[in-house]
Design a protein around this ligand. Structure first.
Ligand SMILES: O=c1ccn([C@H]2C[C@H](O)[C@@H](COP(=O)(O)OP(=O)(O)OP(=O)(O)O)O2)c(=O)[nH]1
Length: 154
């Protein structure tokens, strides 16, 4: 188990609670839109093709060697075309700013986001970092430079 610690943003609606796993086996914990007081009654409406940075009201600290990925919720994606254009959004372990969700309406109808709506899910994942080395030649393989459909499409 990995411990992620959270703190509330000034003025956030704390009654919405922390992100939560909706079932015992869920990989992602749902994140809620947490709008500032002046927007709470209205929420926001996303026109088709529009994007918005939706606040969660949270900041978080992720242990070193882990990341958080933000991903769309499939129901909202299928029914309304609500997607995350940067999916998976990357939350770095050393980031201490506000956790925001970049949403985009890829549907053909306006989409309304209410205060408290579960708009995305967060996945905790391990991070592997590499060292980079510049060499004169790469080791050879049977594939060589073949790619982008070189093995056919059947
Ligand atoms: O959907 C997202 C994506 C990123 N972030 C925060 C956490 C992340 O650690 C930071 C930077 O994200 P990223 O590295 O993807 O953005 P960048 O455009 O490369 O900005 P920077 O130059 O600040 O790294 O922004 C979010 O809150 N939500």
């Amino acid at each position: 188990m990995v411990l992620i610690t959270f703190t509330w943003e000034e003025g956030a609606d704390r009654t919405l609670g922390l992100p939560a796993y909706a079932s015992d086996g869920a990989a992602g914990a749902d994140l809620r839109a947490n709008f500032p007081a002046m927007q709470r009654d209205t929420g926001i409406t996303l026109q088709p093709g529009a994007r918005s940075l939706v606040p969660t009201g949270l900041r978080l600290a992720i242990p070193e060697w882990y990341e958080v990925q933000l991903r769309p919720r499939s129901g909202l994606a299928l029914k309304h075309g609500l997607t995350l254009p940067n999916s998976p959004g990357t939350i770095d372990s050393d980031y201490r700013g506000p956790l925001g969700v970049i949403v985009m309406n890829a549907g053909d109808q306006p989409f309304h986001i209410d205060h408290g709506m579960r708009i995305a899910q967060m996945i905790v994942a391990p991070v592997i970092r590499a060292t980079f080395d510049l060499v004169e030649g790469l080791d050879e393989t049977a594939r060589g430079g073949g790619g982008f459909g070189s093995t056919g499409h059947g």
